[in-house]
Design a binder for this molecule. Sequence first.
Ligand code: ADP
Length: 423
Amino acid sequence: MLLAIIIGLIFDNVAIMLAIALAGYLGWMLHNLRHLWRWLIKGKKYAPPSSFGIWGDVFTEIYRLQKRNKKRQKRLVNLLNRFRETTEAMPDGVVVMQANGTIEWWNEIGGKLLDLKYPHDVGQRVTNLVRNPQFQKFYDKADVDERFVFPAPGDGNKIISIRITPYGQDQSLLMARDVTLIERVEQIRRDFVANISHELRTPLTVMTGFLEAMASDEGIDEQSRKRSIELMQQQSKRMYRLVEDLMLLSRLENEQKPVKHEVVHVPQMLLTLKEEAQVISGERAHSIHVEADNDLLIYGDAKELDSAFSNLIINAVNYTPDKGSITVKWFKDDAGAHLAISDTGIGIPRHHLARITERFYRVDVARSRETGGSGLGLAIVKHALNRHNATLSIDSEVGAGSTFTCNFPRDAIVDEADERAAS
Ligand code: ADP
């Protein structure tokens, strides 16, 4: 402008020269402004337009700001991604909700457990999606310490426990945890306590009854007194057997030590078990046969195997009508060693087979009690075999009989050459 004024003074035309200079300056301004506008609209990826003077400074400053913003954005995106990864890695379901219960976001497990569909369920109220009258009550109560346990809407076989915690400004976090296993264990524990109480109650009631009668009636005749004592002895034996079986089962279940690696002479063991079974059968006169491969010995714990085999043979006697026949076969094949105990007894309906080895599971409770069974026999067998890496297979036909087979792996078989070398 100063230059224009000087030139104007020389040529005596200041106004025109000033106007020309101003127009030029305005043009340059507009030109830079247009560059800036074009760059801001589409050229954030490109370097800033080059200029000088104040425009140069403006461009550089904006460019610097942009770069700083980009860095910050990148940091935020990284943070968000890390948060997502963390919540995805969590074993629990997480759902982020607004104060009014509308759903904003959830992790994968949360979506699966609560059956949430993206994007349809974003913005829906959680109480509309989890259709359970008790859940509405739990939600309204808004107690941070309380948990709501119910079948997962996304998978009826799963039980989930929900907790809602408020956070931030008017937001809340719903956490859903799969508690199926804990609930199942809890149920087993409850059933177990109920079963034991029931098992002990019957003999105790009988004994208390007799004792009261004996205490109040002085003139009880000798025959009744004898009979009462006999019955009480029977009941106390039953309780004793129950406690023994429970202790054995708990030992087998809790035993951390690997099973013993002693040579078990199964054929000899079977002969002893046969004699015991014959005594138990008594007047019921079952015919019991043992067909054993006398050279077939296995590694294992003789005491545990004796309990398992004895339970199976005694069951065969108990659940086979008088004069029925029981065959015990001990043999090996390519798969390993097998003990098959077959009877011509009452058999087991197919639908019971899957649960028959559970503790206290019986097909006919009255019949099992009659035979003095504790309902723990097959559970003991299963655990003892498990500890030997062996399995139990059951084949049964109602009215025709059953075959219980213990299958031992090949590496359980004692190699005679090895044994000779060792001795
Ligand atoms: P229990 O003490 O009642 O015999 P177990 O665990 O040994 O308990 O057996 C569970 C149930 O399996 C028995 O109550 C009976 O109903 C059935 N069971 C077991 N062995 C036989 C068999 N050889 N024949 C028919 N039913 C059997």
